[in-house]
Design a protein around this ligand. Sequence first.
Ligand code: PLP
Length: 445
Amino acid sequence: MTDNTVRKIAADLPDLESYWMPFTGNRYFKENPRMISRADGMYCYTHDGRKLLDAVAGLWCCNAGHCHPKIVEAIKEQAETLDYAMAFQLGHPRVFELANKLTSIAPEGIDYAFFVNSGSEAVDTALKMALAYHRIRGQGERTRLIGREKGYHGVGFGGISVGGLSPNRKMFGAMLPGTDHLPHTHNLEHNAYSRGLPEWGAHLADELENIIALHDASTVAAVIVEPIAGSAGVLLPPKGYLKRIREICDKHGILLIFDEVICGFGRVGDSFGATRFDVTPDLMTTAKGLTSGTVPMGAVLASKSIYDTFMTGPEGAIEFFHGYTYSGHPLAAAAGCATLDVYLGEGLFDRARDMEDKFSDALHSLKGEPNVIDARSFGLIGAVELEPIAGQPTARAMNIFRECFDNGVIIRTTGDTLAFSPPLIIDEAQIEIVVESVRKALHNN
Ligand SMILES: Cc1ncc(COP(=O)(O)O)c(C=O)c1O
């Protein structure tokens, strides 16, 4: 490390050089750090004491708001009682309790929870479950995995293989063999400024029939989609689209995986996208809101029939050769139990549903502002899409992100889309602050 690469922006901060930051322009950040050192409820505080309204719940994860006292207390208590218990062949009560709570808010028939540490691990775990499920049933030739253009399923090799975001794929070679992708459903010509789910586009699900015909159904293991594609810019499923995907999967004996890492835990005004859209997949991947972002944890939720398929080998034998040292970690399990209690006890999923029209009205009020080409939302997830600056894709959205941050509001950008996913405790006045901050920044950029 040389002197000119070691940067310190204030006496109370450490050197910034050694940390290689994820999904971040490291050099720009280290020249212009935006450091959060404390958070509470709807707010984050910078290291130098500025207060910021958090319109993205951390990274779509702190659904109960930051540092909820009941969740904090549960983590503290757990840390004092049991730091760790071996995850393989041993257990601890808290993680069983969490599995029960979690499956109780899942769609009917989704009765089992397998714990992991992140959304990426949840996705790779679900893909492996799908492959193994078919093999156990004597259909080991079903190895193909179908994702969707613009899908984001984390950064493991499985996730980027079925994912559909080119920057996340192009540097990393051939990835998993035998994947294919449905077309995405984003279409401003037909669906700009839709309220709720767009009317146009259910027929795009029928492309799945063509993909299946191309490869032959007997080679296809699973289809994975996000009910609402979050990271690509909040792309809403057209009305009827998810039901159609379910029907086609059923027709061909293909498993359907919903990646609910963002959609889960109240984000769409219900427990999950599956429950809100009334379409039950075979497997669901979750993370983020499971612990309201407090301790890393994810879970794959599986149908009884998938679980039962695995439970057929010799008595006492391991049924699924997969798991992580920290699967069901006691601190995460305690955080998860407390988080689900808070969601249900405080009625936060209903609250998200109650606020969705106000949230939608607020985002749609930006129609007509400079360079706005779409506003869309569902539950408490939404986006405002912008006309890019000619020759400088992503620059306009990034400028707006920076200006909002400087004015006390944290939003997120993806491409030239501004994304919003506030904690479910946001109130009307706070929604207005977010939208007025964006409106002001639109006029300057
Ligand atoms: C739908 C979806 N799947 C998977 C992931 C990956 O989760 P993680 O970053 O916890 O690995 C994300 C993260 O944003 C996501 O949105």
